[in-house]
Write a protein that binds this ligand. Sequence first.
Ligand SMILES: C[S@@+](CC[C@H](N)C(=O)[O-])C[C@H]1O[C@@H](n2cnc3c(N)ncnc32)[C@H](O)[C@@H]1O
Length: 291
Amino acid sequence: MDLSPQDFDIIRDYIQRVSGIAFSREKVYLIQQRLEPLVQSTGCKDFSELSRKLVHDDSVRLRNEVILSITTNETSFFRDAHPFEAFRTVILPDLAARIRRRKAAFPGGGSPAKAYILSTGASTGQEPYSIAMLIHELIAGGPAPDIAATDFNILATDISKKVLQKAMAGEYAKSELDRGLSKERQAAYFTPSGARWRLIDPIRNMVRWHQLNIVEPYAIFGIKCDVIFCRNMMIYFDDATKRRVFDTLFRFLTDDGYLVLGAMENTYMLTDKFRSVRMGETLVYRKPRTG
Ligand SMILES: C[S@@+](CC[C@H](N)C(=O)[O-])C[C@H]1O[C@@H](n2cnc3c(N)ncnc32)[C@H](O)[C@@H]1O
């Protein structure tokens, strides 16, 4: 199906406005390929009609359908391994220490005594569930007897409702388990469910879900996070959007909080607000202490 340069511009601008995802002219084929099914499902006869629809129909429903068509939801358990090693060996012990300090300061416990972790652009859930497994292993392994799973609050967000539904269900194909999970972790954390594998409730219940477009200015919660995983999402954004998102993430973080980016992502030429710290093979970004 043909896509004229004028319609490409309209569609590209729409996508950039609603999601921050930037496409150069060379990506015409990608938009063609990803949006052709949407032309049909919205009852349009061609890309011209779809682009007219985008100009006139500002509904959330259409917006979500476009975003769903163009986003890449590629993910896997313990993706790239080394950021999770940094989390396990450096960040998690620090979180345990923070929880102890907070419990001492707030003997009543509750929200102020918890550690908060955000996984944004969490896709189908493998990233936040990998984090939950490491927390579970810290507690089950015994080195932190005074720390419980309920001391951690893991919030996972994504712009796409469809991936969030799959993430919340916590059911995966065997091929998805084989991407990143050892035989031991597969056996410990999954039970068969028909042709699929279901994550056990103690891990599934550690993660809360929220649909959120990180580009929207309203994307500010009342909480501050000790750790933010924002991996393999910003790679699709233009520089102006990346800067805005870095500002948002900076505001979300506690002093000394950790920001974990994807392997192809960094703050170079975009922001100098964060301090980079090498942890093994991973470069982790920290929000400097203000006080
Ligand atoms: C490639 S996946 C990365 C998943 C996971 N973080 C990882 O590294 O394996 C990117 C995710 O970002 C989500 N995404 C794209 N634009 C977004 C936005 N503006 N706000 C929130 N999520 C977005 C997509 O729906 C997709 O699920």
